[in-house]
Design a protein around this ligand. Structure first.
Ligand code: ZN
Length: 654
């Protein structure tokens, strides 16, 4: 592992697990154990216990378990050697490394981080007190960023000088180039940042690894171009893997499952000031697969985009859908006032930011609402054009059931016959994606002579910066990687809790589908879904076991205890996942899925069945049930018919 075994053992026994855990959740003594609310999952009654004698913890709700080192790894999201180092530093244990090179590498990194930290402090003090920072202080005040915020985020000012930082920190060439703070040319070192407001960028552990420097308005001139510049890639900093603000947001993201993705540093600051500490931003680059993976490592299940997510059109949509499927995420768009940045809103109406995240709309819904808002729905022609544009967008979604839900919306908004739209949708799905996009755009052009929005929503000529140029390839709708190949690089080695959860998550990923959402409701809103549920709805044996465990036990704890290991993993996960749909909508989706399954079963049986009349009658009944499930007025009655049908079939032994 890199650190001598005896030293690791010494760290383990010197560390006070109750003290460490108490920094994340209050603990109360209960007999020889200590108990409290679990710091790994959301709960109202304590199910997390710490046993200081054995130096271990265990959660009855989510099965998180381990020792003091695992706890630090999990809560601070660090690897094993780093967790040991942090505890060693805290309890005064000195460490010996088994591998000299590894020890050297860690020492070098520590020197670079230390240099960055000194630079943060030096720039920060300049901003607070240097006379030449007056315009910068004024600029920040005008944007609503006062002294407290400047101190909290350690904002700084890089003076307009060739080498003020190099001289003040006495940087040598190795430290200067290793941190990207200065570069060597013509025999001397030059500061990288000049005449800029400095935003220090920390990695998720809270180590300073880079800066973003913003020029003051009117400050552009020869040799100082670009509104924002960052440090170059260094051993500390890789822009595709670092998210500004994640060090502050990670705990809240873990707790809420939501991450807000912004475009700018001041947007992130705005969200934090407004009491929404969930915001992160990319650092002058696109949102990459690595960024999304990083956010899911901190438990993000919902990404709320706080920028104009529609401007990249189809390419962005396909990327978001791929992430949704690959990482089991929901991508939604914050409900911000049109044309305003989160930073502006934080200044004028901070409460609006919380509401914007709360009321975020699923990405496809957001795009469709724009189509409807731009359309003239008062004429037949306007409705037909809107339906065409909307269907082209719906066709891009990879999930059939989701497409069908939106298709019903388009039908009612545009007063079109659903079956007709369904046939059109099928045709669109058979067309190559590029042709679909052209179709969607021709609709846009069609309203050019009419009531076009000012500024228009022409397809952009180039990709906006937050949309990564896809280098991984094969990430298109059908090219997603199989679940089994997913690298579990997020899971720290040796973390028992992490492994258990990774296993649970893997099981869940393989199973996502309408039954999963219904099970989430069965956990969180049992009264609303229970009347519609029967065992025969659950194909998957583990899902069925979870359903039965919930049905037969009075408490979640009893259900967990009664379930087998796989069902336990799944239930543990469902306990911490909130459903995102309306209960009955989830039930409808599952019932439609089951009815289609029954159609397939009847067809299969028909090959050997002597009674064709019965087969045809069954198929007709099932198709009627599916149609009626689609409409809100007939769904409940249709659901009853399907349940009766299933009961008959089970009675038949079929
Ligand atoms: Zn827990």
């Amino acid at each position: 592992m890199g650190i001598h075994e005896e030293d690791v053992a010494a760290v383990r026994s010197a560390s006070d697990i109750v003290q460490i855990v108490s920094e994340y959740t209050p603990l109360k003594r209960s007999g020889r154990q200590w108990a409290g609310l679990c710091p790994f999952h959301t709960e109202k009654t304590p199910s997390f216990s710490v046993n200081p004698e054995d130096n271990v913890y265990y959660c009855f709700g989510c099965q998180a378990k381990g020792d003091v080192i695992t706890f630090v790894m999990e809560k601070e999201q660090v690897d094993f050697p780093t967790a040991v180092e942090r505890l060693a530093a805290r309890y005064g244990i000195s460490l010996r490394y088994t591998d000299r090179a590894e020890g050297e590498g860690r020492k070098r990194r520590a020197r670079l981080v230390d240099t960055m930290a000194r630079a943060v402090e030096w720039y920060h003090q300049r901003l607070l007190s240097a006379p030449d920072a007056g315009p910068a202080r004024r600029y920040l005040r005008e944007r609503g960023i006062d002294g407290d915020v400047v101190r909290e985020f350690r904002l700084g000012w890089a003076p307009d000088s060739w080498d003020a930082l190099v001289r003040a920190l006495r940087l040598d060439r190795e430290l200067a180039e290793g941190t990207g703070l200065a570069r060597y040319s013509r025999g001397r070192l030059h500061d990288h940042f000049r005449a800029r407001v400095m935003f220090p960028i920390y990695d998720e552990r809270g180590d300073p690894v880079s800066f973003g420097g913003r020029i003051l308005p009117g400050g552009e001139r020869q040799g100082n171009r670009g509104k924002y510049v960052n440090t170059a890639e260094t051993p500390l900093y890789s822009k595709s893997k670092v998210l500004y603000g994640l060090d502050r947001a990670k705990t809240s993201i873990v707790g809420s499952g939501t991450a807000v993705v912004c475009e700018g540093y001041t947007d992130v600051i705005g969200f934090h000031r407004a009491g929404v500490p969930l915001a992160v931003a990319t650092c002058g680059t696109a949102l990459t697969d690595d960024h999304v993976r990083l956010l899911t490592r901190f438990g993000a299940q919902r990404l709320v985009l706080a920028f104009d997510a529609d401007s990249a059109g189809r390419a962005a949509a396909e990327r978001f859908y791929a992430w949704e499927r690959e990482h089991e995420l929901e991508v939604a768009v914050a409900d911000l006032p049109p044309g305003q940045d989160p930073a502006d809103v934080a200044h004028t109406d901070p409460e609006r930011l919380a509401a914007a995240v709360e009321g975020a709309t699923p990405f496809l819904r957001f795009r469709l609402e724009r189509v409807f808002a731009d359309a003239d729905l008062s004429t037949n022609e306007g409705r037909a054009r809107a339906a065409e544009r909307a269907l082209a967008m719906v066709a891009e979604h990879p999930d059939e059931l989701v497409r069908d839900q939106y298709l019903m919306d388009v039908a009612s908004r545009c007063r079109a016959e659903p079956d007709r739209l369904r046939a059109m949708l099928e045709r669109l799905r058979r067309q190559p994606a590029a042709a679909r996009a052209a179709r969607g755009r021709s609709g846009t052009g069609g309203r050019g002579g009419g009531r076009g929005a000012p500024g228009g929503d022409e397809p952009p000529l180039e990709e906006p910066p937050w949309l990564a140029a896809t280098s991984t390839g094969g990430d298109g709708p059908r090219g997603g990687r199989a679940v089994a190949d997913r690298p579990d690089d997020g899971a720290p080695p040796g973390g028992a809790g992490a492994t258990a959860r990774a296993r649970g998550a893997a099981a869940g990923r393989a199973r996502e589908g309408p039954a999963m959402e219904v099970l989430r409701h069965a956990v969180h809103n049992p009264v609303e879904v229970a009347p519609w549920l029967v065992e025969a709805l659950f194909d998957d044996p583990v899902q069925r076991e979870v359903y039965l465990a919930l049905l037969e036990n009075d408490t979640h704890g009893d259900a967990l205890a009664a379930a087998g290991p796989e069902a336990q993993d799944l239930l543990a996960r469902l306990l911490v996942e909130e459903p995102i749909s309306e209960p009955f909508d989830a039930v409808r989706l599952l019932l439609m899925h089951v009815a289609r399954r029954e159609v397939a079963a009847v067809r299969l049986a028909a090959r050997t069945a002597p009674d064709t009349a019965r087969v045809l009658a069954d198929l007709a009944e099932l198709n009627r049930i599916i149609d009626d499930l689609r409409s809100a007025q007939t769904a409940a009655e249709s659901a009853d018919r399907l349940l009766a049908w299933l009961e008959d079939r089970v009675g038949d032994g079929g």
